[in-house]
Design a protein around this ligand. Structure first.
Ligand code: MLT
Length: 333
């Protein structure tokens, strides 16, 4: 064996050893064998609520596709921004995701001291589902339909409270819209999510809320809360007897809550693509489609469950809400 062939053999051996060693660079490691451990979805609102329900459905289906567990962790408070901060500060390795709703786009205008930059601190993975909302009240509210409810809310001397999940949350935006449409004062009461709001409504301690169907449908179907309207143009198949707000005389009460997955900025593109692919697979999963339909929502189509479509909507929504919030002059801090 000459020197040249020894050198070649050594080089070959060294290459084989190097290939069998775990790659230590975080980016390269993530690309090489992603995922190889549990992925955590940060749900920025209370357990059992609408965001949590969507996260658990998707986590299960994405986990099947990715071959690892995908679990949810509720990191609540400040209209979802505490959970947002957790993900903004997490490692950019694809193992920590934020499931954020429309509130991600209102936060930069509402929270002037937001400890992260929505457009710079996150990479987008894909849109998930546009969820309708419903106007619901305590079961013993003295109104049988929306016109009666409006009359009751506007009666002289009325003292009404309306629950929401923190400033900038979907339920807060809907409550704000309702108050401005009716031009009547209501006392907003903040919770860490809309799941605890249902408990308060059922106990009769809270009057009203506007919340997503992914939380309210089972309560409405069991008559545990009283429903007055959907915030959609058409009635919902899961709640065929519930009129739209327009049918009840409030055509301006139209809201749909978009949702998306975010990872910390700087996550390697192949990792984002793998997560995005798993999202699209999960959204086509029969179990997910069926459960979403039961909860009166639909999976986003594959061409919207992409980083690009999600990014475009996020940028448009941040720009749309800024002047609205600035002219209202109401800030969270
Ligand atoms: C929740 O998960 O509790 C809701 O999505 C909060 C909200 O109204 O945005």
């Amino acid at each position: 064996m000459n020197i040249r062939s020894i050198a070649t053999r050594l080089a070959g051996g060294l290459a084989a050893v190097l290939l069998s060693l775990p790659v230590s660079l975080p980016g390269a490691q993530a690309q090489g064998r992603f995922p190889d451990r549990t992925i955590t979805i940060i749900v920025p609102f209370a357990a059992g609520g609408p965001t949590d329900v969507v996260a658990r459905q998707l986590g299960e289906a994405m986990g099947r596709d990715l071959g690892v567990s995908v679990v949810s962790e509720n990191v609540t408070g400040a209209g979802g921004t505490i959970g947002g901060q957790r993900v903004a500060q997490a490692r950019s390795d694809g193992y920590t995701l934020l499931l954020g709703n429309i509130g991600v786009a209102t936060a930069p205008s509402l929270y002037r001291n937001l400890p992260y930059d929505v457009l710079k601190s996150f990479d987008t993975v894909g849109l998930i589902t546009p969820v309708p909302m419903t106007l619901v009240a305590r079961p013993n509210i003295p109104a049988a339909n929306l016109p009666e409810l409006v009359a009751w809310l506007k009666r002289p001397g009325a003292e009404v409270n309306i629950g929401h999940a923190g400033l900038g949350s979907a339920s807060h935006l809907c409550a704000t819209l309702l108050r401005s449409l009716l031009q009547t004062p209501m006392t907003p009461i903040a919770f860490r999510g809309t799941a605890p709001i249902m408990t308060e409504l059922m106990a009769g301690r809270l009057d009203l809320t506007c919340d997503q169907t992914t939380n309210t449908v089972p309560y409405i179907q069991d008559n545990r809360v009283r429903a007055f309207a959907t915030t959609t143009d058409q009635r919902l198949a899961a709640l065929p007897n519930l009129p739209t707000a327009a049918e009840g005389g409030l055509p301006g009460l139209t809201v749909t809550v978009w949702h998306g997955f975010y990872v910390p900025a700087g996550t390697p593109r192949p990792v984002i693509d793998r997560l995005s692919q798993a999202l699209r697979t999960a959204l086509a999963d029969e179990k997910v489609v069926t459960r979403f339909a039961e909860l009166a929502t639909t999976p986003e189509p594959a061409d919207r469950a992409t980083p690009e479509a999600h990014r475009a909507l996020l940028e448009a929504e941040v720009a749309r809400w800024r002047p609205i919030i600035q002219s209202a002059g109401e800030y969270a801090d």
